[in-house]
Design a protein around this ligand. Structure first.
Ligand SMILES: [Zn+2]
Ligand SMILES: [Zn+2]
Length: 218
């Protein structure tokens, strides 16, 4: 299981990074990214703390650990500069909190995230076909999520991404220890979203390719 979207106490998650990482290791993860909610107020506080924790623990655990960020509820006009700032501060996986149908995320967020070259557009809700095609062109992964609420749009995202050839990934958006899932549960969530069995391996592979790519950038 590779999970590139999780939260710790550095935003609204329940665990500190070491415990989240240990619990992920214990259920068999091969990689995890810590992507706390960020905007202009806290990015420079949080990313260096996560980078420090990751740097310390990486040699001592069996899974790959990546520092990241989830740019959340930022006005679309600010998303590009926040993506740049997150990378500059050391975030290896930059997620943008997409236009989920269960929160009043500003319209234009999906577009701005893709144009800014985020790595993953999380829970993109009823993403337009135009944005989906741009995500395909810019190689931004669209997220199928295990998170309740956001997952209501999984079926739509899955159907349209398959139809137009955009790349998907699956993440948990974990906030609590019980939110972490096994790869088998991830497989079931993908099937439940309407994805055919023969595409599932490729979706897991997309997260692996992204992980390998950002590690090479190190
Ligand atoms: Zn949250
Ligand atoms: Zn999240």
């Amino acid at each position: 299981m590779i999970d590139l979207h999780t939260h710790t106490v550095f935003s609204d998650g329940e665990l500190i990074p070491f415990e989240l990482i240990r619990r992920a290791e214990a259920i068999g993860y091969s990689a995890i990214a810590i992507t706390d909610h960020m905007d202009s107020s806290n990015m420079d506080l949080i990313i260096p703390r996560i980078v420090k924790a990751v740097h310390k623990i990486r040699p001592l655990v069996s899974l790959e650990v990546l520092p990241g960020a989830e740019i959340t509820h930022a006005p679309p006009e600010l998303i590009a500069e926040l993506v740049r700032e997150a990378r500059h501060l050391g975030a290896k996986i930059v997620v943008v909190h997409g236009e989920t149908i269960v929160e009043p995320v500003l319209k234009g967020t999906n577009r701005a995230a893709i144009e800014a070259g985020a790595d993953i557009l999380s829970h993109p809700g009823l993403i337009s076909i135009e944005d989906l095609l741009l995500a395909k062109e810019k190689n931004v992964l669209l997220e199928i999520t295990a998170r309740k609420g956001h997952s209501l749009a999984n079926g739509y995202v899955a159907r349209e991404a398959v139809r137009f050839g955009a790349s998907l990934c699956i993440n948990t958006d974990s906030h609590s220890p019980t939110d972490l899932i096994t790869k088998e549960t991830a497989r079931q969530i993908l099937l439940a979203a309407g994805i055919e069995e023969n595409r599932i391996k490729g979706i897991f592979e997309n997260s692996k390719i992204l992980t390998d790519k950002v590690l090479r950038r190190n």
